[in-house]
Design a protein around this ligand. Sequence first.
Ligand code: P6P
Length: 340
Amino acid sequence: MNRPLGITVSRNIIDSQRMHPEATGELSGLLSELIVAAKTISAEVNMAGLADILGMSGKTNIQGESVQKLDEFANNTIKRRMAKSGYICVMTSEEEEGIVPVNEGYEGKYTLAFDPLDGSSNIDVNVSVGTIFSIHRRKSSLASGQGNLEDLLRKGSEQVAAGYIIYGSSTMLVFSTGQGVQGFTLDPSVGEFFLSHPDIKTPEKSIYFSANEGNYQYWDENMRRYINWLKEENKEDGRPLSARYIGTLVSDFHRNLIKGGIFLYPKDNKNPDKPSGKLRLLYEAGPFAYLVEQAGGRAITGDGRNVSDIEPEELHQRVPLIIGSKYDVDIAEDFLLGRR
Ligand code: P6P
């Protein structure tokens, strides 16, 4: 059977690079190495049930969360491959307390922040999980050698690329280098990602809302009013929206990106040590904010800030995240700021 000649992600990356005559090919090389790591993780995730790699590793991470064996595998796979890629000077991972150096002699001009396997609570029950990544240039183009914390604590608006891999019914890679959002699907029979969702634009209006309503009592009054408003009937306004919440940010974000939705993980008073909610800025909210803006959507914190404008102060800083179709995020912001 002659399949149409698919556009591989490597071809797409090179085509994008050609649009920048000044490009050196280093970002392309970085993405290619990251894609090899993603393929390795995908193979393991898809075999996890058979390879006795499910369950807990018996360790806890910086977040105080128990580390699953697959979390550890994904983290080590990305760390080891990228430390010798020659394209980055420093990394941060959700699974690592401090900054992660690269191999001596392999320092490059970019930095990498990543969540190796988002959705830990879903790993052992065959629900989609994913890898999230964010790429910046190092702070000073004149610097060389190992990067440092300053190189990592950067605004989302300064990202040069961001994306995710979702290990679901198929393995998809969705990323942007600032020229729109491209989606690729892995053909496991040839081990290649092929362009399947060119130039993704998120629908103007949401049909879904995604929030953990188990936290309802911990939300402030404005957040409760907004969620209740979403559930009121107003056919001409398309309400009530349908509730969809998987509990894996990558999956909830991906579905909403494609179909139109708003995802909310607002601040809550459930955990005094997490007043800003649960999600992290550098390797969760930040990359998704970059992607959704590239796809025509919006990402805010609910206290008047756009996620992309936040100056990070700590590596594992948490922020509230309201993200999705701009029409709905604008209305949510009006409710959360008490303007509506
Ligand atoms: P909750 C997964 O552990 C995660 O970090 C995100 O992927 C997900 O959106 C969120 O936590 C779910 O949190 O509190 O609703 O279980």
